[in-house]
Design a protein around this ligand. Structure first.
Ligand code: CA
Length: 430
């Protein structure tokens, strides 16, 4: 598990203008990503304030460790290395950005973030979506089974399904409303056309580090080493298509038309100060089976993060209205830890690789104002949300801009953020 060290010191400052006190990317964060500047080529970078520092260039000049991994056009090679290598990179980069005497070495490799494009940081081999947000699972279940919303397996096994890696895109990608097959409850036959119940899902994305071999499980005590970092993840969901297609094999085309992520990888090393004990299970809940139970994981396997969702309709943006906050809550509403998700995924011998992506599942709090999807907020489309323009929403309309955000804060440490995970809904292809 990652350690707190001098790179988390709240008093550390950077010579980069605007980095100190930056809301998301002070020198204590240093998230990693893939960017291209005005000249086009994709390079590995780190966010510092409102700038991106080119790690590929600094590696080529011999100023950073892991230089060979930094010459590739994805983060896969870097995250295939042991965590010690990424920690050494973080320490070296921290020294370059905090030491005024190092400024001349680095300044030529800083680019204004506003002039750069960010990309999906890994060649994602596989994407799996879990369902560990227990309040979300309860809210959704209660729409169908008011008396017993959670299915009997929920507290024994981290539920998940295999998603699709090809349609994962970075923040800012347009959200084209999907066409699909759906059937109204009172209709005799299905029809094909634009989804009328387009929703979002507020999730965290877990980036896998390291590689395991097929047939070899990842013991829960070692799962922390396989946690490379986090992003925000929006699992856009067409509820009408989902309702018609999901039985008996689970979601398919209702989910895989697009998954939006925040492109910066907030590393496990940066998150070290924000580790927290996993909330105790409710009295009467089963103790997890031994392969999912580790005392250290229980002691520090959760994360102190605050998650938010904001919506701005096209009419709101035209008027200059501020986005409406749909949701605000902690990320502690996860019934299973990241370590438990990883250990469970590999428990049958399924191999996990650097750059694999695990979604946590929708993270909702227990009370209104902290729900991570519209289907929960509107009780399945029955209770619309009012916008300041007088518009109402049960599900997303064309022109809606939806943004997920996250920050980690703790007394004694600098607050760090993830950068946005946004998309604007566009009309369905005709
Ligand atoms: Ca999901």
């Amino acid at each position: 598990m990652s350690r707190i060290d001098h790179t988390h010191d709240a008093n550390a400052t950077s010579w980069v203008a605007g980095a100190d006190g930056h809301a998301e990317f002070p020198v204590q964060n240093l998230p990693l990503g893939l960017f291209s500047g005005p000249d086009g080529g994709r390079r590995i970078g780190a966010a510092i304030g409102d700038f991106i520092v080119d790690l590929t260039a600094l590696g080529r000049e011999g100023r950073l460790p892991a230089a060979a991994a930094l010459q590739t056009a994805t983060l896969n090679a870097l995250f295939a290395e042991p965590a010690d290598v990424r920690r050494a990179l973080r320490h070296a980069l921290f020294a370059l950005l905090t030491g005024e005497e190092r400024r001349a070495e680095v300044e030529g490799h800083l680019h204004p973030a506003s002039a750069c494009a960010l990309h999906v940081p890994f060649a994602i081999g596989d994407y799996t979506d879990f369902y560990v947000g227990i309040h979300h699972a309860t809210h959704i279940g209660s729409l169908f089974r008011p008396d017993s919303p959670l299915l009997p397996n929920y507290k024994h096994v981290p539920i998940g399904y295999h998603g699709r890696a090809s349609s994962v895109r970075p923040s800012g990608t347009a959200v084209r409303r999907p066409n699909g097959q759906r059937k109204a409850p009172d209709a005799d036959t299905p029809l094909f056309g634009p989804s009328t119940r387009l929703d979002y899902e507020l999730e965290l994305g877990v980036w896998i580090a390291g590689d395991s071999e097929i047939g070899v499980p990842v013991p829960i005590a070692e799962a922390g080493e396989r946690f490379g970092g986090l992003c925000l993840l929006n699992d856009w969901s067409a509820r009408d298509i989902q309702a018609w297609e999901y039985q008996p094999l689970g979601p398919f085309l209702s989910k895989n038309f697009l998954t939006t992520i925040s492109p910066w990888v907030v590393t496990a090393e940066a998150l070290a100060p924000f580790r927290a004990p996993q909330p105790p299970r409710a009295e009467g809940d089963p103790r997890p089976l031994p392969y999912l139970w580790d005392a250290t994981d229980q002691r520090q396997g959760a994360l102190d993060l605050t998650l938010e969702v904001h919506l701005a309709s096209a009419a709101m943006r035209a008027r200059g209205d501020a986005p409406v906050r749909l949701s605000h809550g902690p990320a502690s509403n996860m019934y299973w830890t990241i370590g438990q998700m990883i250990a469970h995924h590999a428990s049958n011998g399924c191999d996990l690789h650097a750059g694999d992506l695990l979604g946590t599942g929708t993270i909702s709090g227990p009370v209104p104002g902290s729900f991570g999807s519209l289907i929960e907020m509107t009780r399945g489309g029955q209770q619309p949300v009012a916008l300041p323009t007088g518009e109402q929403r049960t599900f997303l309309e064309d022109g809606d801009a939806l943004t997920l955000s996250a920050r980690a804060e703790k007394p004694g440490f600098r607050t760090i953020g993830f950068g946005p995970c946004s998309g604007i809904v566009e009309s369905a292809p005709s």
